[in-house]
Design a protein around this ligand. Structure first.
Ligand SMILES: Cc1cc2nc3c(=O)[nH]c(=O)nc-3n(C[C@H](O)[C@H](O)[C@H](O)COP(=O)(O)OP(=O)(O)OC[C@H]3O[C@@H](n4cnc5c(N)ncnc54)[C@H](O)[C@@H]3O)c2cc1C
Ligand code: SF4
Length: 332
């Protein structure tokens, strides 16, 4: 690990004035929340900032539910959000995604904002012995394209990067239409969580649309619809403490076996948490029977590009969607 200055700020304004930049690799001033990802990246020299700005004492941790929806302060931990009684009652999809993430120890320490901005688990990104990684070293190439790419993305990729986004929580939040509240030097603004993440294109080292000094202040989730049922299916290589190979977050409004409304997002298969509006449209008005749901889930692969080792994910993604839709509809 290289040495760096640690800036312990006393107020949120001071953190914003520090000019730290989040969501990209090439910044020399970075924020740290719970540190569960950042410390690993620093130790392994994946990022090399000169200054780290600690948000530990200045982020709001309030979790609030009212008629306008759910608001979660960026500093709330994954454990605090998943154990909140009203969140368990009204937003079980969020709780399922969180309890399927990491371990109790990590969830006790990690913040919600840090979770959403954690870096990819692409092994080439995290191994500084690999010299071809556009996300870590812009312009150096991509070792995963033509290399081992079993863990990599099918959707939203470019010829410069095919890394998946790693957060389970983000998949559930995108399905529920969440927005992020962002505070910066001159303004406060909101962005839909899905659009907050940038596709890799030619600049995979830039992952989020944040200006210098801007930080995540809170997450807002629209009011939970009465009668909405949900399911989060996570397929992984071992039963716990493992990232998703494929995941599917589904929320449904079902009436007598008929799907009236559906929200569907997938993880482990895309460069950002990926909502599937076409699958949602096709599910609307269908019965929960497996054949009907399967034909709707087929639309998930539109635009998907397999790179060899990860071709199996195309079918696995569709199966995960079918299982999640049926589980949300009460079919085991
Ligand atoms: C062994 C292990 C297993 C894991 N398994 C899973 C899993 O299955 N599913 C899953 O979803 N996650 C998993 N994780 C990842 C874990 O959830 C993240 O490490 C954690 O959520 C990051 O939160 P943090 O507060 O510690 O962030 P930090 O490590 O402090 O920061 C992460 C990033 O967020 C930025 N940041 C932090 N706060 C803010 C803010 N308010 N505004 C702007 N930028 C900010 C930082 O600059 C940094 O880039 C795992 C982690 C470990 C170590
Ligand atoms: S997929 Fe992205 S993160 Fe992985 S090696 Fe290629 S450029 Fe780097």
């Amino acid at each position: 690990m290289r040495s760096f200055d640690l800036l312990r700020v006393a107020t949120l304004d001071e953190a914003i004035r520090s000019g730290a930049v989040a969501g990209r690799t090439d910044s020399d001033r970075m924020f740290i929340g719970g540190g569960t990802d950042m410390i690993q990246l620093l130790r392994e020299d994946v990022v090399q900032p000169k200054t780290i700005v600690s948000l530990g004492n200045v982020l709001d941790k309030t979790i609030k539910l009212d008629a306008t929806g759910l608001s979660v302060g960026a500093g709330a931990t994954m454990a605090e959000l998943s154990s909140h009684a009203l969140v368990q009652e009204r937003y079980p999809l969020i709780v399922d995604a969180l309890l399927n993430s990491a371990s109790p120890q990590v969830r006790n320490q990690a913040t919600i904002a840090g979770n959403l901005l954690q870096r990819t688990r692409c092994p080439y990104f995290r191994d500084t012995g690999c010299h071809a990684c556009n996300k870590r070293a812009p312009g150096s190439g991509c070792a995963a394209i033509g290399g081992a790419n079993r863990w990599h993305a099918l959707l939203g990729t470019s010829e410069h990067c095919i890394a998946t986004h790693a957060s389970d929580l983000a998949v559930a939040l995108v399905a529920l239409g969440a927005t992020v509240s962002i505070k910066g030097p001159s303004t406060a603004r909101h962005a839909s969580l899905q659009d907050f993440y940038q596709l890799p294109g030619t600049t995979p080292h830039i992952e989020a649309t944040l200006m210098p000094g801007e930080l995540i202040d809170a997450i807002i989730v629209p009011p939970a619809m009465e009668g909405l049922s949900s399911s989060y299916i996570k397929v992984r290589d071992r039963a716990s403490f493992e990232f998703a190979v494929v995941s599917a977050a589904v929320a449904l409004d079902v009436d007598g076996g008929l799907i009236r409304q559906a929200r569907v997002a997938v993880g482990g298969v895309a460069t950002r948490p990926w909502r599937l509006p076409l699958v949602e449209d096709r599910l609307r008005g269908l019965q929960l029977e497996e054949d009907c749901v399967r034909s709707a889930a087929d639309a998930a692969s539109r635009g998907a590009v397999g790179r060899g080792d990860n071709d199996f994910k195309i079918d696995l993604m569709k199966r995960a969607i079918v299982r999640a839709v049926q589980a949300a509809g009460g079919i085991k």
